[in-house]
Design a protein around this ligand. Structure first.
Ligand code: ADP
Ligand code: SF4
Length: 717
């Protein structure tokens, strides 16, 4: 085997250990053109130390994990975000977000958990913000069983067999009292910025604003002035209650992207800002619903909200914060200089890199780990699991595993590390091990680094996903304790000959072509034909001719994307899926509707609840899973997107050579990433990181993770 060394060191100025340099390069290295981003900004009675603003964002942990949440937000403050906010925080049992874990401030007993976060944020000199929420007709109140509240009698917005009841005037007075009480509690918990929330189609004052949900005939319905009354009152109440010491912010969805049927920046969204212009201390503006606000990079690029929110600063002298997946400091400066925004708001960019502001401040632009806009973070909220991120494997693990995004423990021994495979898992494993101070050799069979990310970022709309590779390669290339070899496919003998103390096999996976997946437990008849193609083949350049059937039993992005690619190339495309929805799991990343819309626009024919039973030279036999009826769909190629198999041949060979490995000085052998269990890119990055964190630590010393357990005081007494 010939080892082809990459020219990583030759091309770069190499310094001994990049990560120890951070403090040496601190301060005074900032490029002066970014100075404007570090100006303090007054928000009512409080002052933000710079223009970086972590807007409220969900995290899947909410009230169930206060310590984890406090540590997560603390890291953001440490990373330089001048304002760090909670997620939406329920103010009353009549607004219960279940089954989702959000913040909770129903009573005094909820104060300590939130105080933990406010204190943590203050430790690093940042302001703590809290988004008070009454979810109105967007919550079905599964936990509390309270009847949901709304401006009018309407079904709740989720697909639950529940209706919200029209609030009486007495209800509105009660709501105002709950909101005032919550504001007082928020101040007692230590918050500096208190939000009145009216966006995302998720809050009561927003429901009052929406014509289509409000058919009241009293002073809270009818004209816009009437429909905005509740929002105005809540702002005034909050100001009267805590406004002497806390800033009052309003989060408003200025456009629902529904044209005249919804709030829009050309009509009522603009008018609401005009009517309330100077009332709040801060405007936090975005597009509604959440799917529009947190659009993925597949559909929207950096700064995509500007066209909707740019009017706001013309109508108010109050500071304005907005989002747009900003990761480029130049784009941020442009927003401020052109008078679009005063604060650079961020949820996802602050998750992908909690230290983004500090990296700009310290002149370390090339170390910013840019968000790729994939919305794996959003999926954690939908699955009630700790916040996770494709780019930042430490996100959500700050407290329970003690992982900090910028620091790594010293290496545990003197051994060298060999990482085989430079996909997202191998790249992260190599980088994280090198940050610990290990001598690392990363070997890749292909001529290009990046593994699946290199391939997948070539699919329509996924260009930004290459950042997973590019950020890691950039950091690795600067490290003097890392050697990278490309075009070097290792066999077991090569690994043995290398004699590394620690070996990580990150050799990835491949798409199977036999049709086995969720719907089919045995190979599909005819899938051994030459006209079956796998995603790997298409991504490596194969272009089918004629009609194509894409069989998607994977249900994430791949099936939909390959259908899109083939349709763009001029193929007639039929997408067949056993699921009820195309790319079904992408409803958790807020993309499912956009994907379906795009495919239908491209003329892709869609068959849901359908399974491929057989393939011939010219047609696929498709069975309706509901009726059992069979139909023939003509095609010259079938693209099988069902499941992947680990590329673990090398691992299996080496497991049989444990003794020889030990004789060659090997102390640990690990299979990681897709080679261990194929999954998401986020899972591969996480596994690579975890491998390196745990390297050299005895198995019995690895304590898993800490859990936040309910304390049963009475029972224990
Ligand atoms: P993961 O998501 O786990 O990182 P990928 O499939 O993205 O997995 O990447 C695996 C990488 O490992 C690919 O780039 C592949 O070329 C490389 N690889 C597989 N087998 C070997 C081998 N024997 N020697 C070197 N590199 C290998
Ligand atoms: Fe960005 Fe994806 Fe991380 Fe979310 S999970 S912050 S979208 S990189």
């Amino acid at each position: 085997m010939v080892w082809h060394k990459s020219c990583n060191r030759e091309n770069d100025v190499v310094v001994t250990n990049r990560w120890h340099r951070i403090s040496l390069r601190a301060a005074c290295m900032r490029d002066s053109r970014f100075d404007i981003l570090f100006e303090p900004v007054q928000i009512g009675p409080v002052t933000a130390r710079n223009r970086f603003f972590q807007v409220p964002h969900c995290n899947g942990m909410g009230w169930t994990q206060p310590r984890a949440l406090a540590e997560l937000r603390k890291v953001k403050a440490e990373g330089g975000w001048a304002v760090v906010c909670t997620e939406e925080v329920e103010i009353h049992p009549s607004s219960d977000c279940s089954p989702f874990n959000e913040g909770r401030l129903w009573g005094d007993e909820d104060i300590p958990a939130l105080q933990l976060m406010a204190d943590a944020v203050h430790e690093h000199g940042s302001l703590a913000g809290i988004e008070l929420l009454h979810k109105g007709m967007s919550s079905a109140n599964f936990t509390t069983r309270e009847i949901p509240l709304g401006p009018s009698h309407r079904p709740v917005t989720s697909v639950a067999p529940m209706q919200a009841r029209a609030m009486t005037k007495a209800d509105i007075r009660e709501l105002r009292r709950w909101h005032r009480d919550a504001a007082l509690r928020a101040r007692r918990a230590g918050f500096d910025v208190i939000y009145v929330y009216a966006s995302h189609d998720l809050s009561l004052p927003f429901h009052f604003l929406q014509k289509r949900k409000n058919d009241r005939i009293d002073e809270y319905g009818g004209s816009l002035e009437n429909r905005v009354r509740l929002l105005r009152e809540l702002i005034e109440d909050t100001r009267d209650t805590v406004g002497d010491s806390c800033a009052v912010a309003v989060r408003l969805g200025v456009d629902e992207l529904l044209g005249p049927d919804g709030v829009s920046c050309e009509a009522e969204g603009r008018d609401v800002v005009g009517l309330l212009a100077e009332l709040p201390d801060l405007w936090d503006v975005n597009v509604s619903s959440w799917a529009n606000d947190s659009a993925t990079s597949r559909f929207k690029k950096e700064g995509y909200q500007e066209e909707y929110v740019s009017f706001v600063k013309q109508l108010t002298t109050r500071p304005v914060v907005g989002v747009g997946r900003f990761t480029s400091p130049d784009a941020m400066v442009s927003q401020v200089r052109r008078g679009i925004l005063d604060f650079i708001g961020a949820a996802r960019p602050s998750i992908a890199d909690p230290f983004l502001p500090r990296k700009i401040e310290e002149g370390r632009i090339d170390e910013i780990r840019e968000c790729i806009g994939c919305n794996i973070c959003v999926s954690s909220d939908h699955s009630n699991s700790n916040l996770r991120c494709t780019q930042n494997p430490t996100m959500g693990e700050e407290w329970r595993r003690g992982w900090h995004p910028e620091t790594m423990p010293e290496k545990a021994d003197e051994g060298s590390v060999l990482v085989v495979g430079a996909g997202p898992c191998g790249l992260e494993a190599a980088l994280a091990a090198a940050r610990r101070g290990y001598e690392v050799t990363l070997v890749e069979a292909g001529s290009e680094l990046g593994g699946r990310v290199a391939l997948e970022s070539g699919l329509p709309g996924l260009r930004e996903w290459a950042r997973v590779r590019d950020w890691r390669v950039t950091q690795l290339q600067r490290m003097s304790n890392v050697d990278i070899f490309r075009g070097s496919k290792l066999a077991a003998a090569d690994v043995l000959e290398f004699g590394a103390a620690h070996i990580a096999l990150a050799t990835g996976s491949f798409w199977r072509r036999d049709g086995i997946g969720r719907a089919n437990g045995t190979p599909v008849q005819g899938f051994d034909r030459h006209n079956v193609r796998t995603p790997d083949e298409l991504m490596r350049g194969h272009q089918p001719q004629g009609a194509v059937v894409v069989f998607d039993d994977d249900h994430y992005y791949m099936g939909g994307l390959l259908a899109e690619r083939c349709a763009l190339a001029g193929n007639r495309v039929v997408l067949v899926t056993p699921a009820a929805l195309v790319s079904a799991w992408t409803s958790d990343t807020l993309e499912a509707l956009a994907i379906l819309r795009r495919l239908l626009h491209l003329g892709v024919e869609v068959h849901t609840y359908s399974n491929v039973r057989q393939l011939s030279e010219r047609a696929a036999t498709v069975e309706c899973q509901l009726t059992g009826k069979l139909r023939e769909i003509a095609c010259s190629t079938l693209v099988s997107v069902t499941a992947r198999l680990p590329a673990d041949g090398l691992a299996l060979e080496l497991v049989d050579k444990r003794q020889e490995l030990a004789a060659a000085g090997n102390r640990s052998l690990c299979t990681i990433g897709d080679a261990f269990g194929p999954g998401t890119i986020a899972a591969a990055v996480y596994q690579g990181h975890r491998f390196a964190r745990e390297l050299g630590i005895a198995a019995d010393k690895l304590g898993g993770f800490k859990r936040e357990l309910p304390i049963l005081r009475q029972e224990l007494q």
